[in-house]
Design a protein around this ligand. Structure first.
Ligand code: NAD
Length: 248
């Protein structure tokens, strides 16, 4: 494996499971100091046990809370070179008329507000350093309706807007900000788009068009490419990492 991130400090949220864990471990393997954030202290502890390294710093907390974001950025130290805004939750596949305020607010807090707050916290340092690499995790649901319920779709469309606008404002200051949009991936996330219940609601429209679920490591490869210097001219892009689902 290459070592593209030696000497870099990179924050990964939702690092205790799935795509975030695979990304954190790949970055660690490629030399980075990784600040692994997750709401689950147990998952972080298990990860430390399996992959203990002084370059792996676990920080338990809820990234949807400003106080926990502050603690996370403090633990990272004065220089943050990279950020992977990955923590995210689903929305029980609720169509518009069935959305509860609780689901709407929680999904937006975790999927969108947390990404904004983390970027807001690390951007000033990146601007003074003239260097920053940000990858926000969107979803197939960020470009189409058939991958989730309405709230999750709206939240992931918002992630794409957040990404493009950040890229526009901060590209000239040395910060690249891109999104990765996963299709179906084998993780611990609730995956109602693969369930019989979703099939019953949406019929065969999407069920028949989803490529086989990818491994979290496949997503880590896409994310690390955007964090690395192998993608120097890429800013504000939405990289579909979905086995071709978006072509259908
Ligand atoms: P996952 O559930 O396996 O992992 C997500 C991790 O985030 C968990 O460890 C969880 O504890 C943590 N987390 C949740 N809420 C948090 C919070 N408020 N603060 C801190 N940590 C929190 O899920 P995953 O599939 O690896 O999802 C990662 C990202 O990929 C999400 O943004 C998700 O929307 C996106 N995504 C996943 C798929 C898929 O098929 N798995 C498809 C498209 C997009």
């Amino acid at each position: 494996q290459q070592a593209r991130f030696t000497g870099r400090t990179i924050i990964v949220t939702g690092a205790g499971s799935g795509i975030g864990k695979a990304t954190a471990l790949r970055l660690l393997g490629e030399g980075a100091r990784v600040i692994a954030a997750d709401i689950s202290a147990e998952r972080l502890a298990a990860m430390q046990l399996e992959n203990g390294s002084e370059r792996l710093v676990g920080v338990a907390g809820d990234v949807s809370l400003q106080a926990d974001v502050d603690a996370l950025v403090l633990a990272a130290g004065p220089t943050v070179d990279g950020l992977v805004n990955n923590a995210g939750i689903m929305d029980a596949f609720l169509p518009t008329a069935e959305i509860t305020d609780e689901v709407w607010e929680r999904v937006f807090r975790v999927n969108v507000t947390s990404q904004m707050r983390l970027m807001r916290a690390v951007l000033p340092g990146m601007v003074s350093a003239g260097f920053g690499r940000i990858v926000n995790i969107a979803s197939e649901a960020g470009i189409r309706a058939g991958a989730s319920g309405t709230t999750y779709s709206a939240s992931k469309h918002a992630v794409i807007g957040l990404t493009k606008s950040t890229a526009l404002f901060y590209g000239p200051k040395g910060v690249r900000c891109n999104a990765v949009a996963p299709g179906a991936v084998k993780t611990n996330i609730e995956a109602p788009f693969l369930s019989a219940w979703a099939a019953e609601r949406l019929g065969p429209i999407m069920q028949t068009t989803i490529p086989a679920p990818a491994e979290p490591e496949d997503l880590a490869a896409s994310i690390c490419w955007l964090l690395s210097e192998d993608s120097p001219n890429v800013n504000g892009a939405v990289l579909m990492s979905d086995g071709g689902w978006s072509t259908i």
